[in-house]
Design a binder for this molecule. Structure first.
Ligand SMILES: [Zn+2]
Length: 377
């Protein structure tokens, strides 16, 4: 599935909300952040296509972090040596340990924050951020209080964007349960079984007192709408990674070479280029944005008529606008060029003109006669 790019000209932050948060705990030296390319090790593993996604997402996080004057080092990056697996035959935990050791050797200190990049598979929607929760001091939840507060802030920032869902807690225990925040013990791999740990946590245990370690799950590739965001490099870099960094800076403080002390504004989930309009969403269809394909009905009645689920990639066959409405008003972003793939989520007939449109996951309307879906007049 390919998500159309909403706007090819948007700036780092959109024109909409500009909520600039001040932080009190400004820093005297740059944050040192390590970013792990989850599963980019000999035994790979992970969700569908996750192995191929994490390098790009990690490099995007590095770019955004450097733009904030952080020192950001990658774990398991290709350094053009003879080690094609980036980890000399290691599994994920040892590969992580090797990467962190290299960063410490280079900078003479442990990273402040280690983030490993992942996404989920399966039908359970929602991004979530996993904090350390071992079984004995000093590796338990909260032994380093910044562990939990960092994932809480990240989750909060991402929730405000209204893009991917936050995983709803299905676990119990503790008064601080929050959507998108998950303890190591609550993961499927640990299953709340004493002694079980996640490899990426265990191999960083010796840095517990100085370092917040977290596993970032961007959402589920098995949920259509989340897959669309996950596969949109612009969302990953300018919405998701900015949320990760906003959460980190909220807790760890900021350091800017120019001496400024204001946090970045919250990312705009739908950055709009100048001269274009925001999409107008159909609430009846947005209800299914977190649903796995098998839970999406074939047809839904909306205020603008019946919508039939298409759920397919289509190719644009002639230059065509993206509209705010089925009446062909309000252009949302540049026109789509022939050859562009887009994900056609729903099909609707415009009541007035009879033209078949697709309603995309962005809430734009595109004339299906200008695609290769196979619609004839
Ligand atoms: Zn993973």
């Amino acid at each position: 599935m390919t998500l159309e790019i909403l706007s090819i000209r948007f700036a780092n932050h959109g024109k909409g909300k500009k909520k600039i948060m001040a932080v009190t705990n400004t820093r005297t030296k740059p944050l040192l952040v390590a970013v792990g390319m989850g599963h980019r090790n000999t035994r790979k593993g992970g969700a569908y296509e996750e192995y191929g996604w994490t390098p790009g997402a990690s490099r995007a996080l590095q770019r955004r972090g450097r733009a904030r004057d952080m020192i950001v080092e990658l774990i398991q990056e290709n350094d053009n040596d003879s080690d094609q697996n980036f980890s000399n035959g290691l599994d994920i935990g040892p590969a992580y340990a090797k990467g962190v050791a290299g960063i410490i050797a280079k900078h003479g200190r442990a990273p402040d924050v280690i983030i490993t990049m992942h996404y989920n598979g399966g039908g359970a929607a929602g991004a979530h951020f996993i904090h350390v929760d071992g079984w004995a001091a000093p590796q338990r939840k909260g032994d380093n209080p910044k562990d939990v507060s960092t994932v809480r802030e990240i989750s909060k920032a991402l929730g405000l964007t209204g893009t991917v869902a936050l995983m709803k807690p299905t676990w119990s225990g503790g008064s601080d349960i929050q959507a998108g925040v998950m303890s190591e013990r609550q993961t499927g791999a640990v299953a709340n079984t004493p002694g079980n740990r996640l490899a990426e946590m265990v191999y960083g245990d010796k840095y517990q007192s100085t370092t917040t370690r977290l596993i970032a799950e961007a959402g589920s590739i098995g949920v259509a709408r989340e897959a669309a965001y996950i596969r949109d490099a612009r969302w990953v870099e300018f919405t998701y990674c900015e949320c990760l960094l906003n959460g980190v800076e909220k807790v760890w403080g900021i350091f800017r070479k120019d001496g400024s002390t204001a946090l970045a504004p919250d990312p705009d989930p739908t950055p709009i280029a100048q001269g274009f309009e925001r999409p107008v969403k159909l609430p009846e269809l947005e209800n299914f944005r977190e649903a796995p394909p098998s839970f999406i009905p074939r047809a839904v009645q909306t205020t603008e008529g019946w919508a039939f689920y298409i759920g397919e990639d289509v190719i644009i066959t002639e230059k065509t606008p993206r509209y705010q409405t089925f009446l062909g008003t309000g252009r949302v972003g540049e026109d789509l060029e022939p050859g562009t793939p887009i994900f056609a989520a729903w099909g609707l007939l415009d009541k007035t003109s009879g033209v078949p449109y697709t309603y995309t996951l962005w809430g734009t309307r595109v004339n299906l006669l200008h695609t290769d879906l196979g619609v004839t007049t």
